[in-house]
Design a protein around this ligand. Sequence first.
Ligand SMILES: Cc1cc2nc3c(=O)[nH]c(=O)nc-3n(C[C@H](O)[C@H](O)[C@H](O)COP(=O)(O)O)c2cc1C
Length: 317
Amino acid sequence: MDKVYLAPMAGVSDAAFRHVAIEQGADFTYTEMVSAKGLKYGSAKTESLISFAENEKTIGVQFFASDPDALKAGIESVQARYDDRIALFDINMGCPAPKITSNGEGCALMRNPELASRLIKAAVSVSKKPVTVKFRKGWDDRNVNAADFARMAEQSGASAVTVHGRTRSQFYSGSVDLDIIAEVKRSVSIPVIGNGDIFSARDALNMLETTGCDGVMVARGALGNPFIFREIKYLFEHGTEREKAAPREKLDVLFKQAALACGEKGERIAMRQIRKHAAWYFKGMDGAAKLREAAVKLNTLDDLHMLITHISASFAL
Ligand SMILES: Cc1cc2nc3c(=O)[nH]c(=O)nc-3n(C[C@H](O)[C@H](O)[C@H](O)COP(=O)(O)O)c2cc1C
C-alpha cells in the first residue's frame, strides 16, 4: 500500500502542484474535491478539476455529494471517460465549510451516518474501483464519532478511510488528536490513513508510530513545500533527516509548477492562482515579506522569471 499521500485541496492541488509533489516523492494524489451535482449539470469548472499530471499514472477522484443518485452518475461519467487512470473514488465527509455543510455535504454527513452509508453503498454499487471515505474526528467535542463512523464506512463497503483528527467545529484550530486516529485504526480492518498537522518528516513518523495508521496524508505542510514528501520518505527509509531544500531549488520548482499551470489553464488564470503558491514558497526565505508583496503582483510567467532572477542576484543564490 502507498504510504505518503498528498491531500485533496480545493483551489490548491491542481495537476501542476500534484506534478511537483509526485516528483518530490508523494506516492498518491487526489483531485481537488469535485461536486457530483456540478458534474451532473455539466459545469465546465467542475469538469476541469478532473485532469491529470503528466507523471500521474493514476489518481483518486474525490467527490462531495449528498444525493446518492448524483454520486452514482458522477462516478459512472468519470469512469466511462478515464477508467484506466482512476485508482479509487474518495467521498468527502470532512469538509467544514458552511457552504458545503449547509447542503448536507462534507462533514455534515458525520451527523447523518445513515445517509453517509447510503452514499458509500451507492458509490460501491457502480464503481469498478475501490471507494474510500475521508472524514474528521466528529462534528464537535460533544459528538466525537470517528470510530463508529469508520465502522459504518467499512460495513457499507469502503476499502479505506482517511481521518483528520479534528472536529468540524475546530476547522483548523487547536491541534490534531492522534488518539482518535489510533482508535479508528483499532476499530476497523481496512487501511486507515492518518491526517492532520504533518509539517515535518518527524510529524509523519510520529503519526505512523503513535496511531498505527497505514499511511499518512499531508495537506498544509505541502503548501510551497512539496519537498516534505522526499523528507518524509528519507526519514522512513534511513531513520535520519534529509537536508531541507535550498532557496535556489525552491525557486526552480516554483517556476516549474507555474509553467505547468500555464500550460494547463492558460497564463491569465494560472498566474492569478500561482500568486498564493509563490508566497508559500517564499516563506522562510531572506526578504520573505517583500517577496510576498511582489508575489501578489505576478501576472505573467515572465514576471515570475524576472522576480526569480532578481531574488537570485540579490541573495547570490
Ligand atoms: C486550502 C485547503 C483546501 C482543502 N480542500 C480539501 C478538499 O478539497 N477535500 C478534502 O477532503 N479536504 C480538503 N482540505 C482538508 C485537507 O485535505 C486536510 O484534511 C486538512 O487540511 C488537515 O491536514 P493538514 O493538517 O495536513 O493540513 C483542504 C485543506 C486546505 C488547507
